[in-house]
Design a protein around this ligand. Structure first.
Ligand SMILES: Cc1ncc(COP(=O)(O)O)c(C=O)c1O
Length: 379
């Protein structure tokens, strides 16, 4: 582990840190994919949107995908690439703003597509439809856009040739932290259902949920599949990962404020699971802490708890080689994605600072939040 981890005492806590070297490693893998396929890779801002790293990302990625007006504007102002938009339901007022900012807009229903095609014949954006391939592959129902009664995308069997008039592309998002196998299953289903109609398209967006930057991701298979779609249907393949970009790049440094006992030892930290790392409770999952083990794996067990009044504001039980002390810092790993974008001020807790770890191991803090950020949000 890098030298910076031994020098966390001076950091403002809680604090997210993004490791620029690890980000570069992820980007190298994306570069390999792009070079072999000429596909477009855009950043899903909903998962990772640390603007201070955009300069590094822009060298490799083609733009962003936005799910709201604010994300679209952020992408336009900060990323300088194409801005793809997919919002579940767009209202008329927003549509004009999107049309001024977006390079691509994918509608979630035939009704929305018809309505906005009629409103605006001076369309700037390339238009697409989000389809629901009706092939459940995601590991849990909560994260499965193909689940029964899903509101995400047009059920694939409902799409007619007429619906594709004036439409340049199709979009789907149906994966969650997955390798290439489930993607191939979905693509097969789409080919079976839409067949020749696919040749009328200019582009096809295969969504996010691909763990492209993990060592065990079968990149060669993906490369073959993208190239097959390119030659068979003569279309541009687009992928919009969020997690894969920020994966293994982020840390979350916290300080122990108190240690109490109630049958078990409880270390209360200056964090909140619900306000700073909500996926721990929602997903749910258990983040790793540097140099800690599972319960009973090492000598000293502690429940790691947050500093809000929510009874369930608990990250989990961890074990350590030595006893913990007040003012010790703990470092959570893999905290770059779906954390910084999701924080809240619940209970009036501080927003974590945000900093970068340079390739030489130096840490620079770019943002420290204040009372005014909290107050401004409330009225
Ligand atoms: C439409 C869409 N595209 C892309 C993504 C990014 O997915 P991931 O961060 O898992 O790659 C999501 C995530 O929910 C999404 O809903």
């Amino acid at each position: 582990m890098a030298h910076w981890t031994t020098n966390t005492n001076h950091l403002p806590t809680p604090c997210y840190l993004i490791d620029e070297e690890k980000l570069a490693q992820n980007l190298n893998r994306i570069k390999t994919l792009k070079n072999a396929t000429d596909c477009q890779i855009i950043l899903a801002l909903k998962g990772y949107a640390t603007t201070k790293t955009f300069a590094q990302l822009k060298d490799v990625l083609d733009g962003v995908t936005a799910s709201s007006i604010y994300e679209a504007r952020l992408g336009l102002e900060e990323f300088e690439g194409s801005v793809h938009v997919h919002s579940i339901a767009i209202d008329e007022d927003e549509y004009h703003q999107y049309n001024a900012m977006a390079s691509h807009i994918s509608f979630n229903s035939i009704k929305q597509a018809k309505r906005f095609k009629e409103i605006n014949n001076a369309m700037n954006a390339s238009l697409g439809l989000r389809i629901n391939p009706k092939t459940s592959q995601a590991p849990t129902e909560k994260y499965d856009p193909c689940s029964k009664y899903s509101r995400l995308g047009i059920p694939i069997e409902q799409i007619t040739e007429k619906d594709l008039e004036g439409i340049d592309g199709l979009h789907f998002h149906a994966l969650c932290e997955q390798n290439v196998g489930p993607l191939i299953t979905i693509l097969n289903k789409i080919e079976q259902n839409l067949g020749d109609q696919l040749s009328t398209l200019k582009w096809m967006n295969w969504g996010g949920g691909h763990l492209l930057t993990d060592d065990n991701y079968e990149l060669e298979i993906l490369i073959k599949e993208i190239n097959r779609w390119k030659t068979t249907y003569n279309l541009q393949v687009i992928l919009e990962p969020g997690e894969a970009i920020g994966r293994h790049c982020g840390y979350y440094v916290t300080r122990i404020l108190d240690i109490i006992e109630n049958h078990k030892k409880i270390a209360i930290c200056d964090i909140s699971a619900t306000a700073h790392m909500p996926d721990v409770l929602e997903y749910p999952y258990r983040p790793e802490i540097l140099n800690a083990g599972k319960e009973n794996e090492k000598k000293e067990n502690y429940i790691i708890g947050g500093n809000t009044c929510l009874a369930g504001d608990i990250v989990g039980t961890y074990s350590f080689d030595d006893k913990l002390n007040i003012n010790d810092t703990l470092i959570f790993e893999d905290m770059g994605h779906y954390t910084i974008v999701k924080t809240s001020n619940f209970n009036g807790v501080k927003q974590p600072a945000i900093g970068m770890i340079s390739t030489s191991g130096n840490i620079k803090i770019h943002k420290v939040s204040s009372y005014f950020n909290f107050k401004e949000r409330l009225s």
